[in-house]
Design a protein around this ligand. Sequence first.
Ligand SMILES: NC(=O)c1ccc[n+]([C@@H]2O[C@H](COP(=O)([O-])OP(=O)(O)OC[C@H]3O[C@@H](n4cnc5c(N)ncnc54)[C@H](OP(=O)(O)O)[C@@H]3O)[C@@H](O)[C@H]2O)c1
Length: 258
Amino acid sequence: MAGDPGEIFSLAGKTAVVVGASSGLGARFAQVLAAAGAKVVVGARREDRLSELVERIVASGGEAIAASCDVTDEASVEDLADTAVGELGSLDVMVACAGVAPQDYDEPESAESFRKVMDVNATGAWLCAASAYRRMKGAGGSVILISSISGLLAGDGPDSPSYTASKGAVVNLTRELGVRWAPESIRVNSIAPGWFHSEMTETDLSSPSGLEFVESRTPLGRVGAEDELDGALVFLASEASSYVTGHTLVVDGGWTAR
Ligand SMILES: NC(=O)c1ccc[n+]([C@@H]2O[C@H](COP(=O)([O-])OP(=O)(O)OC[C@H]3O[C@@H](n4cnc5c(N)ncnc54)[C@H](OP(=O)(O)O)[C@@H]3O)[C@@H](O)[C@H]2O)c1
């Protein structure tokens, strides 16, 4: 339950898993959770990137370990969750941040492309949540899925059909699991970011027309800064959000308010 305002955002004594931590938002999330006191397990396919991230977290005084993980492979996701419990003692926070977006596709998008994106973004989020449920049952915990403003709106940017469908699936999966797992004190929420710099958005945001589109369409008039998802993440991970579940928290500079 939420308590002392000075303590409610602390993650001291908690173990967090961040899947999709080798770049972009996930790499940032792992560092923020560690700074809030959590021991962190970082997973993705590019192990060299994960090792560098662990070095950065440890150099800042945090505790982190890396484990290779492919979210399209259930056994790999289960192994990652086992690593958290086996090596760090528990799994209290799961952040499912792995995601892909096709940069180029023919109209209509091929079934192959559509399936691939759904497999990573929607089924991958589900596998992360399910692996967390198995370890949190009886103890409770916080599952944070990463959706997108593209899961709430349509026809509003360069997104593919698969990307918007997969992120819409994450929004309603959040509701379903939030309700379904509430009796176990497992809270399930999602963050829906607007536009932030990352490998995924590099092509769009590095072109003058792409950047101009985002800046002019965003009420706050700019792309999100690197640290502008930190508050939403720590809020949802910690006891500060103990009465929040099934919720998608939009952090988009006002994009979806239009
Ligand atoms: N940046 C934005 O503006 C924005 C806005 C809304 C939502 N999002 C969402 O935020 C999340 C992070 O994206 P990002 O912007 O930070 O892009 P990014 O830098 O491209 O990061 C994507 C991450 O997903 C991982 N990943 C991809 N396929 C995977 C797989 N099969 N198994 C495990 N990990 C996999 C990548 O790691 P490996 O390649 O090493 O496996 C990488 O760590 C995504 O879900 C994205 O849809 C981003």
